[in-house]
Design a protein around this ligand. Structure first.
Ligand code: HEM
Length: 495
């Protein structure tokens, strides 16, 4: 890496570094300023660096179709990069970017959010749990079981999950991905392959179903989003099948990849957030003071079906601070960039053309004087739910820096606001810039709704062994970590 600006003021360990790996050199970009610079130039990058490995090894895509993705150097913009000769129908980066944008943060996203909320609440209110304690073995599995189906159905509809063992297969498969990375053959891990096969088959059936009489189902008036999910995802398959050599098996792999991205981080993140709330009686009491009281399940369903009431809950500063702190502590993700057409300058450091750049969220989340630690009382190694609250003495004034929030005792609930000010390039669970996670708004919505619903509906007593709660680093770099052990708990209904 070439240093071009001798006057820069980087901290010693905040510099980008080049790691000479056996396969190729990797440029590890670190430090708030350099990471922010990388996000700014990311529009020129390709994030498909790992797709080859993921699509082929994990999600069963054919090498022919994977190579189409890898050959695409046209960028994600409306216009192809001038030096690219990729045909318009093979612009996979553009196609993926457009569908992510439309479905996850564009015209489809409000429907996705309301379907998720309705699905989650229906599941939680109909659970066979009374006001007597009931013991269960694994709190993470409980959250998986009740969050994964509504999250998946909000995008692909009940048709996908209704007749398949999607939830069980998904988490069994997810927990065995390292075997696929090791390229273990089918005869050594038959159950894991069988899980993947069943999910791919479910996606193939989802694609075929409803395409009778050559009428595209998404064009019909009677299109039922509850059953089919997002109209735009369904429409997108038409575009995908225009790609040279595309076929329905590979499209099923693309859907499986997308469903993996949609569930693999948000579900364990919600698990940690809810667990951390119930393990702190004072925090739980503060939240209950702030959230509306519901006396019946009907009231809960009504509460979330009224847009303004739901928006008020999602805007709650304390809930938002818990959400941000959970992702800071529990997400260990890599964001990758490759600048295919030119070198880039990162605030005085040059990244050569066509080299792999890597940003790791963990060091960014665990170091830096910019973080609020209440003057060292709450180090970055611990979960501190108030880290992202600032005092708004005068609502007309901009938020003061997060470091002014000083402690639990100071939290009276009324005069605090949620703030991420000063944390650009530091709080990066979703990556950043134009290549940031397109599902981040949904992720935040789904986590806040799950936290609020669990707090309003249930008492949970986690019978936790601290050893079991350590984070399992087996999936370091993939996103949200899981606990090393199971978390037994007891649960009872409040309303
Ligand atoms: C807590 C939850 C989540 C975390 C921590 C997370 C994290 C990430 C990260 C770090 C990336 C790479 C971004 C970059 O390169 O800068 C990413 C990409 C992606 N995420 Fe998320 N994500 C979450 C939830 C979701 C959800 C709910 C969805 C969909 C509903 C989603 C869909 C995607 C997709 C499709 C990509 C690939 C984008 C592309 O290739 O251009 N994510 N996510």
């Amino acid at each position: 890496m070439l240093e071009t600006n001798k006057n820069r003021t980087n901290g010693g360990n905040q510099r980008p570094v080049r790691l000479d790996l056996i396969t190729e050199p990797v440029y590890l970009v670190q430090g708030k300023r350099h990471i922010s610079s990388l996000w700014k130039v990311s529009a020129k990058s390709r994030s498909l660096a790992l797709h080859n490995m993921l699509f082929t090894n994990w999600f069963g895509m054919s090498a022919k179709t994977t190579s189409k993705y890898m050959e695409d150097d046209s960028g994600y913009g409306r216009k192809s990069h001038p030096s690219s000769i990729v045909k318009p129908q093979n612009r996979m980066d553009r196609l993926s970017h457009a569908v992510f944008k439309d479905v996850l943060s564009g015209p489809d996203s409000a429907g996705v959010c309301s379907r998720f909320t309705a699905g989650l609440c229906e599941r939680l209110v109909s659970l066979d749990i009374s006001d007597n304690w009931r013991h269960m073995r694994d709190f993470e599995a409980f959250i998986e079981l009740h969050m994964t189906p509504p999250n998946t159905e909000s995008l692909w509809g009940a048709h996908l999950t209704r007749d398949s063992s999607f939830n069980k297969d998904f988490w069994g498969f997810n927990n065995s991905l390292h075997y696929f990375s090791m390229r273990l053959p089918r005869w050594l891990i038959p159950q894991t392959y069988a899980r993947r096969d069943r999910m791919l088959k479910a996606f193939r059936q989802w694609q075929f179903h409803g395409r009778k009489n050559n009428v595209a189902p998404w064009e019909e008036d009677e299109y039922n989003p509850q059953y089919w999910g997002s109209r735009l995802i369904r429409k997108w398959q038409k575009e995908f099948l225009r790609m040279d050599d595309a076929n329905e098996n590979d499209l099923a792999s693309v859907h499986l990849t997308f469903s993996w991205a949609a569930n693999t981080n948000v579900v364990p993140s919600a698990f940690w957030a809810v667990l951390d709330i119930f393990r702190r009686p004072q925090l739980l009491a503060q939240l209950r003071q702030r959230l509306p009281v519901v006396h019946s399940t009907a009231e809960l369903l009504e509460l979330f079906s009224i847009a303004e009431k739901k928006a008020r809950i999602c805007a709650d500063p304390l809930l938002q601070s818990i959400y941000a702190e959970t992702l800071r502590l529990r997400v260990h993700a890599y964001a990758l960039r490759r600048f295919l057409h030119d070198h880039v300058d990162l605030d005085g450091w040059t990244i050569p053309q066509d080299r792999l750049c890597l940003v790791s969220s963990h060091p960014a989340h665990m170091h830096g004087a910019e973080w609020n630690t209440a003057e060292g009382k709450h180090p970055l190694s611990e979960f501190w739910p108030y880290r992202f609250l600032v005092q708004s003495r005068d609502s007309a004034e901009p938020c003061s820096a997060p470091s002014e929030a000083t402690g639990d005792d100071m939290y009276d609930g009324s005069s605090w606001t949620f703030s991420m000010q000063g944390l650009d390039g530091l709080w990066i669970p979703f990556g950043g810039g134009p290549r940031a996670c397109p599902g981040r708004h949904l992720a935040k919505h789904h986590m806040l709704i799950t936290m609020a619903a669990m707090v309003m509906l249930f008492d949970v007593d986690a019978q936790v062994d601290e050893k079991a709660l350590r984070m399992n680093e087996l999936t370091y770099g993939q996103g949200t970590l899981h606990p090393v052990g199971k978390v037994p708990f007891r649960i009872r209904r409040r309303v």
